[in-house]
Design a protein around this ligand. Sequence first.
Ligand code: ZN
Ligand code: MN
Length: 499
Amino acid sequence: MTAAAAAAPYTTVIGLEVHVQLQTQTKLFCGCPTTFGAPPNTQVCPTCLGLPGSLPVMNRRAFDLAVRSALALNCTIAPFTKWDRKNYFYPDLPKGYQISQYDLPFSSDGWLEVVDPKGAFSRKVGIIRVHLEEDAGKSMHDEAAGTADTRIDLNRAGTPLCEIVSQPDLRSPQEARAWLNELKLLLVYLGVSDCNMQEGSLRVDANVNLHIPVAGQGGAADRIAKTPIVEIKNMNSFRSVERALTYEAVRQWEEWQATGTEMGKMPKQTRGWDDPAGITRPQRQKEESSDYRYFPEPDLVPVTVSEADITAARAAMGEPPAVLRTALESKWKISAYDADVLVNQGRDLVAYFEDLATRVGEGKVASNWMQQDVLRCLNERGGTIAEFPVRPEHVADIIARITAGEFDTSRGREIFAEVLASGKPVVDVVASMGIAAVSDDDLVTLCKELLAANPKIVADVQGGKEQAAAGLIGQAKKKNPNVNPGKVRQMCLDLIRGM
Ligand code: ZN
Ligand code: MN
């Protein structure tokens, strides 16, 4: 199979539907905890089990988090919204319906932009709607248990979910993946979800079809033919989403070439992504919304949202990643790429960077240390930036000593690594590495040796090329790694002048 080239004879049209679990202590319509990983069916009650006579009560905290998310996605918040029952049969849905929102979702008409920091694309993707609903339970088809049984865990049933439906505005699998990364980053910044895909806190379905220019007949203008929309399910990472969409675009193109316009008459279909095989397979025919027999939920009152509620949600938002990137670029004079790397690591890392940059007074220098030392070591040892033992004041101390000529950057890196390993203050590490131990007498002896061994450099400096002295510093460090490069340079120049 060939990958779709840049000049593909079609446009790939992609829309995404994302379900995100909101980070609440308790479920959407009952007081059961939402802790992940509890023994099966221990976080349930008559309401989330759907027992007769039990009544749901809305968790206002979940609603507030949902409003915060929708505002950050530039949606309009409805002043009045209600709940609906979405009826379907599945073993992990004990009530036989899901409480969701149908014709009056709490928010609609938003957008989220994704900009590739390397300039490959920039796309403002419309958001049709964001609504709130409850999650179903989990079916575990667990062959590891040694049986062919399917077991049901209802701990997750009733967990609050935000469903985010995008417009079909994405134009490549790469854009789709980047947009999902941006969405996830935003939701994590907002503190509304941990977006952990392994634990099911974020799930993605994708819609994809091709728009193919077809020459009109008898000199008529070209028209756009469209392949039937395919909904892809069962993707468990953003990488899988990209792979599945890439596969599906090519599959549709090949089918189009084989069947031509006949393909346009085929129904919408749902396909499942088989990750190990790297292919999509047909699943059941997609339901139309009439199959769900939606009707208003009689056990819950509609929700009203005041201007004060919206103001409060906005205040809780904080700066979203896109705003933060631009702010870092202009405040600290760093590149779009550098700002992207920092912001993508989360709010705490940005705070660390800003603390360091403030102490150093130089954004670019601070950003280099963040990327080459702090981030690299943080990734190697794991954990969060808050737990990272080398603090901004330590890094700033090292940078200040480099600037003062006490040692050079590569020695500074070694000191950073030693501060990290030993947990000692910079001043103690410098002492224990013997960096301050080179006496003036030793320095004079060393420099005299260097000058004797490098008559060409001496001649160059005497001829006015002072920068030639730089060639002595590397040699000095080979002889004694603890020498101060600035002092070596100055001493050599003084000695040459005195010759
Ligand atoms: Zn419950
Ligand atoms: Mn849904």
